[in-house]
Design a protein around this ligand. Structure first.
Ligand code: AGP
Length: 608
């Protein structure tokens, strides 16, 4: 899950590509590289580390290149080294390739090429592409055809750009399973894995579909689909993209900025969708399928990571509020399960980026079942938003930190709205949920105001090596999400567990060195949680509780306590997770971690 960018025009291609790479660094940041061609010749530069290192090195070159491609990497094959960084090239350095995705049959191709005398410089799957193009070009002396033959030989997922001195004013492009968008402004063309990388330059875009190959040249854009074997006619569209204030402002990094965005995020997710006085919910994105939704008898929510935990809260909400049997499944497992799915089932894909390969693959699996596929997505115009039949945008704005915070809150809020919209009854619970939803932004403000207290607790526990998170009912998913956040950004081992499961095994872990974060907010299950806290205390396990303001009984039971404002248990995961996100943030900050770009991770996981 790398980021790729390209530029063809009359202006400074290096500058445009570097701008795009910086925007895409959330997709991978272990090395970066660029290749550019112009009358002065070729420029190729690759660096291990951030795009800023590449930029520094490129400053030395004074030439202006008006055709360039670039890459920022998240290693799938081969360590982060200069040799493994992209672009990769053929031995005579006339063909240069950047790639996002995984070529599953690369070893086979590599063996064929080695038999034909090709020498490989890297450990990557991608390096087979420039060599294979070279191999075909030497046979047929036609670069466009050689590119097409090469693409046809590849299996797996790819977004590829190729440039060559053999035809120095063309960029050759191919897409299967990895996102790719082409932007146009007069005679300039901008290529990227995500519109965010080119939106500052143009909102006139064209999203490539699976099996599309294209050539961008001074004559324009030519697209052909290898599956239909037809030139595809569709044109550019204007992307209604709100380039919002995505700078850090007074914040040191995006994670803490995005946590502080949450009150606004909830307001935006609710805007124009709830009417508190009437107790009604309107979701324009579902209007076109409401008729079908009246006849469903099962909902399957598919997602990964934090989105899966938002889905889990959604499961509880939809079952309790709309009374429809709902289950959440990990997209990477759902994809390969053989389970009966009837046409009266709806599949809801939850995704911040809208580009997660596992979730896309799971959605593709049910394509042939003819079931309704809905999306709860944050990224506008993303693959999942375009491949689902209908859906609801989260409108959380760009989320740049790898650790998802505001998007989780927006997803959970939207799933509450979907539960209310699907619920045929306009009973008491619905009105209560709508009223409480409306109060949430203020309640989150209260938690943000008590950040210092959470920071104090976090600093006290930063040196522990293990953590257990427990919760019951609606707060079981909160425990899972809290544990994931701590793992992701502090690298401390943490496990989220249903509190009732403790005595069935995890209790064996508990001693003075193994603290527990117990979510003990006011709910029908509080007494049960109290017993679990007692069980841990009896084994001298340090305990931090999250409890409801005004309830002093819980804080007496624990070593440290974090109060959160009172709300109904159906919406507690939103408030609890704001506190847990802050806790993990302050632990990671006190350990000096790279908060926005944790090691080994990327914001959008575009490979299975
Ligand atoms: C969450 O902090 C992580 N970045 C990760 O678990 C993420 O939620 C997961 O990769 C799903 O991403 P998506 O919401 O963009 O599909």
């Amino acid at each position: 899950m790398c980021g790729i960018v390209g530029y063809l025009g009359k202006k400074d291609g290096i500058k445009s590509v570097l701008l795009g790479l910086k925007e895409l660094e959330y997709r991978g940041y272990d090395s970066a590289g660029i290749a550019a061609i112009d009358i002065e010749g070729i420029l190729i530069d690759k660096k291990v580390g951030r795009v800023s290192k590449l930029e520094k090195s490129l400053k030395k070159s004074s030439n202006k290149y008006s055709l360039a491609i670039g890459h920022t990497r998240w290693a799938t094959h081969g360590k982060p080294t200069v040799a493994n960084a992209h672009p990769h090239f053929n031995t005579s350095r006339s063909i240069f390739v950047v790639h996002n995705g995984i070529i599953e049959n690369y070893q086979e191709i590599k063996d064929l090429l080695i038999k034909n005398g090709y020498i490989f410089e890297s450990e990557t799957d991608t390096e087979v592409v420039p060599h294979l193009i070279d191999y075909y070009y030497n046979k047929i002396n036609n670069l466009e055809k050689a590119f097409e033959l090469t693409i046809k030989d590849l299996q797996g997922a790819y977004a590829i750009e190729m440039i060559s001195t053999l035809n120095p004013r063309n960029i050759y492009i191919a897409r299967l399973g990895s996102p790719l968008v082409i932007g146009n402004k007069n005679k300039e063309y901008f290529i990227a894995s995500d519109p965010a990388a080119i939106i500052e330059q143009t909102n006139k875009v064209r999203f490539l579909e699976d099996y599309d190959i294209a050539i961008v040249s001074d004559k324009g854009l030519k697209v052909k689909n290898l599956r239909s074997n037809k030139a595809s006619k569709s044109d550019f569209e204007l992307l209604e993209y709100v380039s919002e204030e995505s700078s850090l402002g007074k914040f040191p990094n995006f994670m803490i900025k995005e946590i502080h965005d949450i009150p606004k995020t909830i307001e935006t997710a609710l805007k124009g969708r709830i009417n508190v006085s009437k107790g009604t919910v309107k979701l324009g994105g579902l209007d076109s399928v409401m008729k079908q939704l009246e006849h469903i008898d099962r909902i399957i929510i598919i997602a990964c990571g934090t989105s899966y935990y938002a889905g889990l809260v959604g499961e509880y909400l939809i079952e309790e509020i709309a009374g429809i049997p709902t289950e959440v499944q990990l997209a990477s497992e759902f994809k390969y399960r053989n389970e009966p799915i009837s046409r009266s089932t709806v599949v809801i894909a939850v995704s911040q980026s809208g580009e997660t390969a596992d979730t896309i693959a799971a959605l593709k699996k049910v394509e042939e079942y003819g079931v309704l596929r809905l999306g709860v997505v944050n990224a506008i115009g993303s693959s999942i938003a375009r491949m689902t039949d209908a859906g609801v945008y989260c409108h959380a704005g760009a989320e740049k930190a790898v650790a998802s915070t505001k998007a989780f809150v927006a997803q959970t809020t939207v799933l509450a709205l979907i539960a209310l919209r699907l619920s045929k009854s306009k009973g008491l619970l619905n009105k209560k949920v709508i009223k409480e939803l409306d109060k949430l932004p203020k309640l989150v403000e209260e938690i943000l105001e008590s950040s210092d207290k959470i920071k104090t607790v976090a600093n006290k526990y930063k040196d522990y090596k293990d953590f257990l998170y427990i919760g019951r009912g609606y707060n079981y998913p909160s425990a899972l999400e809290g544990a994931l956040k701590l793992k992701e950004i502090s690298y401390i081992h943490a496990e989220g567990y249903a509190a009732g499961e403790m005595k069935h095994g995890p209790l064996a872990l508990i001693d003075e060195s193994f603290p527990t974060m117990a979510i003990a907010t006011d709910s029908r299950l509080l007494d049960k949680v109290k017993s679990n806290i007692e069980e841990i205390k009896a084994r001298k396990g340090p305990i931090i509780t999250i409890s409801t303001k005004g309830n002093r009984n819980i804080s007496k039971l624990s070593d440290d306590n974090i109060f959160i404002p009172s709300t109904i248990e159906q919406l507690q995961p939103i408030l609890v997770c704001v506190a847990l996100h802050l806790f993990s943030y302050y632990v990671a900050e006190s350990l000096g971690r790279d908060i926005d770009k944790p090691r080994n991770l990327a914001k959008s996981v575009t490979v299975e």
